[in-house]
Design a protein around this ligand. Sequence first.
Ligand code: FMN
Length: 202
Amino acid sequence: MKEIILNRRSIRKYSDYKISNTELYEMLDEALRAPSSGNLQPLRFFVIESKAAREKLRPILRMNVSQLETASQLILITGDKHKYQMAETIFSRAVAEGIMPDEVKHRQLDRFKNIHHDPTSQKYISSLFLDAGLFASHFMLVARMHGYDTCPIGGFNTELANETLGIDSNYLPILLISIGKKDEEGYQSIRLKASEITYHID
Ligand SMILES: Cc1cc2nc3c(=O)[nH]c(=O)nc-3n(C[C@H](O)[C@H](O)[C@H](O)COP(=O)(O)O)c2cc1C
């Protein structure tokens, strides 16, 4: 695990090895063990793999052409602005699997019903971004465990992404991740020391 974490680097050029959909979904499932706010799991993924899909993405990318052209797949992570609609499904499944008492499910669902949801509020959007960040971090490490490398890509026009890629406007585009077998070593990058940026509150 330590090797996986310490030696991860953003890789921007990949060999022509194709990751199967089965393995891609396996990695997504593994990374979905990441925590999410209220366990509402608001992320929805869009896989860009075919030539046609890559050409749709090209005009809204800011640089990042090497990842576009060589990655086995690029995954667009989006956040569902109506994440609460899945609450019933998620908690009912937990009850059916015997890991949540029925009364806890009802208590949780009542709690969500009483919250005012404004998907345009900064708080709501921040929570989608937080969940996406936690997922992305898991995914990049899971990919390495499978022998692949990744690059997180924020350099794309999020305002045009839904229309250009034909994605429902309820899904907020957050981050692209390219994935594949590396064809370069990537760059070393430095990190600030924890001792320089950590403060203790008295
Ligand atoms: C939110 C986010 C957006 C990023 N966007 C891009 C990008 O558009 N293009 C790119 O080549 N790298 C991008 N990166 C990768 C960073 O440049 C990289 O993580 C950083 O330089 C540290 O290098 P390392 O990942 O190799 O450790 C992004 C990283 C993050 C976390």
